[in-house]
Unconditional design. Structure first.
Length: 206
């Protein structure tokens, strides 16, 4: 085998090994940077299924509460001093921060855009429910009332009585009361039959 053929053969091996290494990194879900993961992975989990969101590395964030998971326990900080470095939950801990006050949006995409513009996202159901369970301790305002709150980054297709995509809403009366809020309607429906609903509250998380 001459020198040219040897070099060509080695080059092909190198290219193939590079492609295989990249493909073995996994699909979206193995992303370590939570800033990317929170936008692309609705469940915010790694490929192992383990929750991987972390308390942001910022010393001062106002009007948010913290929930973290450490030492085999779920821990809560009301963050009354607007200082993430005080209390049991620390920046970098597995967990999340959630706004104490809700904002209103009639449409899911408006709520999601509002959070995204601030570098945040909508909460997942279990995040919202954990904060609601300790809403008094955390200083959360009006989590249980007459209004629903958008609480999911995941859309599901509703195809029973009317077609369209829905997102989870929760909080109308208790921390465990949930329903679905319409995000889209089927194109087959006459305009007058398009789904209608009032404004829902929402809180952003990081």
């Amino acid at each position: 085998m001459n020198t040219f053929k040897i070099i060509t053969f080695l080059s092909i091996l190198l290219i193939n090994s590079t492609i295989n290494a990249q493909s073995n990194k996994g699909l979206v879900g193995s992303v370590n940077d939570i800033g990317i993961a929170s936008q692309s992975i609705p469940s915010l989990t790694a490929t192992s299924g383990i929750y991987s969101n972390r308390i942001p590395k910022a010393s001062s964030v106002s009007n948010v509460a913290e929930v973290c998971f450490k030492d085999g326990e779920t821990k809560y900080d009301s963050n009354d001093n607007n200082d993430l470095v005080s209390g049991e939950c620390q920046p970098g801990d597995v967990g999340f921060v959630i706004e104490k006050n809700a904002t209103e949006a009639k449409k899911w995409h408006q709520a999601k855009a509002h959070c995204t513009a601030k570098g945040l996202r909508l909460p997942e159901l279990f995040e919202w429910m954990l904060a609601c369970d300790k809403n008094t301790k955390l200083g959360m305002n009006s989590m249980i009332g007459k209004n629903w709150e958008w609480s999911s980054n995941v859309l599901n297709l509703q195809s029973q009585s009317k077609n369209g995509y829905v997102a989870a809403v929760i909080g109308h009366g208790s921390c465990e009361t949930g329903s679905s809020g319409w995000v889209t309607s089927s194109v087959e429906e006459p305009k007058k039959e398009k789904h209608s609903q009032g404004s829902y509250g929402f809180r952003c998380v990081k």
